[in-house]
Design a protein around this ligand. Structure first.
Ligand SMILES: Cc1cc2nc3c(=O)[nH]c(=O)nc-3n(C[C@H](O)[C@H](O)[C@H](O)COP(=O)(O)OP(=O)(O)OC[C@H]3O[C@@H](n4cnc5c(N)ncnc54)[C@H](O)[C@@H]3O)c2cc1C
Length: 293
């Protein structure tokens, strides 16, 4: 079965219209737009699930159907033990099962990744995600952690959001201060935009491949995606763009299936890839590898 949409978004998480991060839908722009937007999510819509809504219940979703249940390779240093690599598989992605800590990154680490610390264009005080300090801000146990770290020589001397923070402090959480429920991409971005008839969210739809068009001497274009739902295969043709936001492990995997490989992997397996896929196109942080003739 084929669908035609203006944009397909793979991965129902955390978007011009979307800000290129899955479910972060700008509902005003969606209302004004004539674009037809399709969001495809492998997991279910558990927005009303108490385990998602109730902050203290988040560990109950780990290693269930709401998690991709990825495991590391056996770790030599751990006597062959495998460690679960948690990733949300539900509408809202990992933001629906995470620990809700509202903390800031280190400037140096982001620089290493080639990213700006703060993108001023998305900075503001009125975003849909709600944050609050836990009631336990004066809790003696929480304070004991702060004091212990101070005693070990790690006092928090700077603003935790300065990008140079080191030390213990009680952080805010992405918990709605009034309802005391989890604030995450599905209830903060999707629910308010749900009624728009140009937004279509399909759950339990597993993307198998981004479809590419590669003219012999032209740029490679993503033309759509193929996904599975209820043992049936569907092809979506996107007239404008395909935005992939399937998480740390599944985004690269989904790109690798049609032959888009990261530079690091390509270098490691250079000979093998060259033999199979001699056309290599350069992107800013990706190499796009295509079949020969
Ligand atoms: C258990 C846990 C605790 C965490 N605790 C914190 C915390 O306290 N504070 C904090 O800041 N961060 C925390 N994080 C990290 C944070 O939640 C993630 O960094 C963030 O959610 C990543 O967003 P993302 O959009 O990149 O990916 P994700 O949120 O993982 O979203 C990817 C989405 O794509 C979908 N998808 C993947 N493959 C396919 C496919 N083939 N077809 C269709 N859909 C697909 C997934 O099902 C998922 O919904 C935690 C994460 C986990 C898992």
């Amino acid at each position: 079965m084929n669908h035609m949409v203006t944009g397909a978004y793979v991965g129902g998480f955390a978007a011009p219209l979307f800000d290129k991060r899955g479910l972060m839908i700008h509902k005003r722009r969606l209302r004004q737009s004539r674009l037809q937007v399709l969001v495809l999510e492998a997991g279910q819509d558990q927005t009303e699930d108490p385990r998602v809504q109730t902050p203290a219940l988040w560990p109950g979703l780990v290693v269930t159907d709401s998690d991709w249940e990825f495991m590391t390779a056996p770790q030599v240093a751990l006597n062959g033990k495998q460690i679960p690599l948690l990733q949300g598989r539900l509408l809202g992605g990992s933001s629906a099962i995470n620990g809700m800590a509202f903390i800031a990154n280190s400037k140096d680490k982001l620089k290493e990744l080639g990213l700006e610390y703060v993108d001023e264009s998305v900075n503001g005080k009125n975003g849909p995600i709600q944050a609050s300090f836990p009631d336990a801000v004066d809790d003696p146990i929480a304070n004991a952690w702060v004091e212990s770290l101070r005693g070990l020589g790690y006092p928090m001397l700077t603003d935790p959001f300065s990008g140079h923070a080191c030390g213990g402090y009680t952080n805010a959480t992405t918990i709605d201060p009034v309802k005391k429920t989890r604030s995450f991409s599905a209830n903060a971005y999707y629910l308010p935009a749900k009624e728009h008839d140009n937004l279509h969210v399909v759950t339990e739809a597993v993307i198998q491949k981004v479809l590419l068009e590669a003219p012999p001497n032209g740029d490679v274009t993503a033309t759509g995606v193929r996904y599975m739902q209820d043992n049936s295969s569907f092809t979506v043709i996107a007239r404008r763009e395909v935005i992939l936001c399937a998480g740390t492990f599944n985004s690269p995997k989904t790109l690798e299936l049609p032959g888009i490989v990261s530079r690091t992997i390509l270098e490691r397996f250079e000979e093998r890839h060259r033999r199979r896929t001699p056309y290599v196109l350069n992107g800013p942080r990706l190499l796009v590898v295509l079949p020969t003739r």
